[in-house]
Ligand binder design. Sequence first.
Ligand code: ADP
Length: 658
Amino acid sequence: MHSLSSSRLKRNLRKRVILFGLSVLLPALVLLVFIVRMNRQDIELRKKRSTEARQQKAEEIGRHLADRLEKTEKILLQELALDPASIRTAYRTYPELIFVGRIVKEELLMPWEESKAQKMPSDRDLSGELILQAQQAEFAENDLKLAMNLLNRSLSPATSSSQKCFIQLQLGRVLSKLGDEEATLRLYGDILGQSGDLTDEYGIPFSLFAADRLSVLSSETESILDRLEALMEENRWLPSKALFLIQDITSQVHDRSQDSFLLERLKNLRQSIENALEDLESLESLKGFVSSWMLRRLSLGRARNSLTWESHRDIPWIVGIRDLIEDQSQILLAFHGPHVLSAVIEEAGLAETFPGSSRITVSPNGEGIPPGGMFVGFRFQFDVTEVSAWSKSSLPFPLLYWLILIIVIGFTAFGGYLLWRDISRELAIAEMRSDFAASVSHELKTPLTSIRMFAEALTMGVQKRPEAQKEYLRTIISESERLSRLLNNVLDFSKIEQGTRTYSFVTTSLEEVIQAAEEAMAFPMNQKGFNLQVEVETGIPPILADRDALEQAVLNLLHNAMKYSGESREIILRLRRNGNMVSIDVIDHGIGILEENKDRIFGRFFRVSGTENQKVPGTGLGLTIVSHIAKSHGGKIEVFSHPGEGSTFSIILPMEAK
Ligand code: ADP
């Protein structure tokens, strides 16, 4: 029996779990999967959009950059067409342009190499002739006066400023040998003031030579430093020889001076020489760039005028090579990548249209976005990497999905809980019902067996003694009363369930009801050794009631008192008045009822679990019926009980009850 009910319990639990799973967990799971998928798709979409937005921005910047580079290129090429010599100084007008150089026979000419093209005095013209004679006089004949005269004469036919400077330098040397200090200083002073663009055939400015001599001859260092600083500032590309010469001069000056302000200037000057040497290295490496460019062009068979801008070195120079239409040479233009980029962004007001800032990178590992078009080898990298900053999506924020999910799962769970509760109740009742069927059959069997046993004994004449026979008959009567009480309870219950139980109210003396119950219980109580004490308050007027029903209720209570008395054998049945109510109390000193069960015992089929209770047979209907009867009389049933101390059940009825 026990194992049967436990397997049933397990089955019920399984059923409940499956139902709960189907109604709550499954939809919640489906929803969760759905929302997670949506969310992931959304994130993916945002990422895609942000990548697209970046790509677009990179292309937009690229277009502006291309425009700017092309515009500069066009103007430059026009200028060069008018004045080819301007190539040495062309970059000065454009802050972001680093270098412009000519490519002759696939080789990049350095700025100072350009000056080879400029005419130096040669022995072929008059001035060259005179200079040669002067050098002869100075070095071979040691006739300094003659040398001076010849050089002075050679000045007027000299055609270019560089020629003049060259002659003046020679003259300065002769004058200093002659000991004419004042004239020497004046002459070197003049040359010192000449433009830095006047250079010898190696690209070294004449003024630099003058500075060198002056640094030895004169203690006046101020003007020398001014000149050196100016040279460094305006001439970006001095050959390394010139830079080393400047370095020599600075150390000359440095050795002689204590003035801290002067020392500071010297320090700065040296720093800029170092920077210039570094730049020079980059410039030299452009030669390699040019040859690889040419090779590529040959191997790819590109159209001669296909335009590309390529990156060179780490802080990228943006380099382009253009064919000159007039001759076979090409021009190389190199821009400072970061400078030209920031100029473009500022000029086109692009900075406001994307978050963070952008940089040019030449990272080969693919970071950043290639601007496409005519650009090769560099990428734009944007500062802010957050997707949301780039993708202004119209889709709702992912949080909304989770909110919906939580709400829906919340509702489903609540629904599931209600379902679970209902099912649990139904299952409990179903279980009780089946327990009920078992206990009714059991309850029926016991009295029937004893009735049959005693009846057979009488028939067979087992007992001859009249008292004993009378005892047998009493037992038969008592057992059949028990049977009919049981059947009455079952029938009443089914009527109550169907709502067809009716009561016929007549004027009834409660005292008589108590007496009838007492009489009915006398034999069974006596048999089991119970002592029933009846206390009736006098003067309680009769009330309108269903006499049989009330008696049935009292009997149910008395039988319960017997069943749950444990070792105790004392039961009190009491009728008393309580204000305008009357109370029928049945008091026992038995096992009592736990607080938590006090309300539940009046429910249908409910039986308190536990060994003590389970030993007692019962159907769980008795109190249900008592409660129904009390309520039908406009009253109620109350219970006071302490486990182990006993219980008092009171049927409380109004005096003017129907
Ligand atoms: P049953 O047929 O089981 O007695 P009832 O409806 O009469 O059904 O009672 C319901 C439950 O209430 C009982 O199973 C029992 O556990 C508890 N009960 C009823 N009367 C008493 C009592 N006088 N003392 C202790 N427990 C009681």
